[in-house]
Write a protein that binds this ligand. Structure first.
Ligand code: AHR
Length: 312
């Protein structure tokens, strides 16, 4: 018992000594809010002192926060980068200060030796999964798709577009008629969808909406209903994230498919960091999370219940 207690004490003391800065993008979506809650809970579970900074969707705020963390001498920095470019300088400053940086859920266009690891999904594959679902379901029918893109310049917007286009490329009956950013938010998703509906004969020319996240899809569903059409049947709805609200929409017959993105990026990040700080063990540069497809056949009510309270 004595030895057990002393091991426990020393592990707890080690964890409590760790201070980690987290530069979060903001709270543009239900998924993002869940990632924030899960990260805080994972830190608390491990006795890590987490310094949290909300950048309100602005890269300049993220850069300021990272510089602040460096000045405070934190042990590590987590960052969910709002856009892909413009990180070389500040990540270089963290490297010079010997502070490991871990990227969460989005990538950067910067040299790989500027960060320890990146925990994210394969965003191109997410787009492919969504596109494959659509082509398999419309079969030979002509299908005009409208696309709601994520934040301009962010890796999920770039990659989810690419993957979807790849998946539909050999299906001449399926094409993207209109594509615009909805900034990953519900309100912008609704507003942009209203414009698409107006431009496409009151929505009658649209076969499907592909949204780069569920929040925009939920906004689009509202716009479709306001136009007197049925989301889920008159216009198919496919998106990414698997947040509770999209399962509620599926249970109501108003959404057709979503690709899951786990909000728990922090668990693998803290595990990789602990191993690195303990033995200097370099983690793989990319730790890829799963991209699972869910449809109304997958017990949407149960999935909604299972997710409620998990930080969403
Ligand atoms: O980077 C991940 C994306 O960012 C999520 O799919 C979206 O909801 C978000 O805000």
């Amino acid at each position: 018992l004595g030895a057990g207690v002393s091991i426990l004490l020393s592990t707890t003391a080690m964890a409590a000594d760790l201070t980690v800065g987290f530069s979060q993008i903001g709270s543009e979506s239900g998924w993002r809010a869940a990632e924030t809650s899960v990260t805080k809970a994972e830190a608390e579970k491990r006795g890590i002192d987490l310094k949290f900074a909300d950048a309100q969707q602005k890269q300049e705020n993220q850069i300021k926060a990272i510089r602040g963390f460096i000045a405070q001498g934190v042990d590590a920095i987590l960052v969910a980068p709002v856009v892909a470019t413009g990180w070389e300088a500040v990540l270089g400053e963290a490297k010079d200060a010997k502070i490991p940086v871990i990227l969460l859920d989005r990538g950067v266009d910067a040299s790989q030796d500027l960060y320890l690891t990146s925990i994210a999904s394969d965003q191109v594959e997410e787009g492919r999964v969504a596109g494959r679902w659509l082509t398999e379901n419309v079969k030979d029918k002509d299908c005009k798709v409208v696309e709601l893109q994520g934040t301009v310049g962010s890796t999920p917007a770039i990659n989810r577009k690419k993957g979807f286009e790849e998946a539909i490329a050999d299906h001449k009956n399926v094409s993207i008629a209109r594509s615009q950013t909805g900034d990953f938010t519900r309100s912008k998703g609704k507003e942009v969808m209203e414009g698409f509906i107006k431009a496409e004969n009151g929505g009658k020319g649209i076969c499907a909406v592909y949204a780069h996240n569920d929040d925009m899809a939920v906004g689009a569903i509202q716009a479709i209903k306001d136009a007197g059409l049925k989301p889920g049947s008159d216009i198919l709805v496919v998106s990414i994230d698997a947040v509770p609200d999209i399962f509620a929409a599926m249970a109501a017959g108003e959404a057709n498919a979503t690709v899951e993105l786990t909000p728990n990026m922090a668990g693998p990040a803290f595990d990789a960091l602990a191993a690195y700080l303990k033995d200097g063990k370099e983690p793989p540069k990319f730790i890829i999370t799963e991209s699972k497809l869910y449809t109304p056949a997958d017990n949407p009510k149960g999935e909604y219940e299972a997710r409620k309270g998990l930080g969403y």
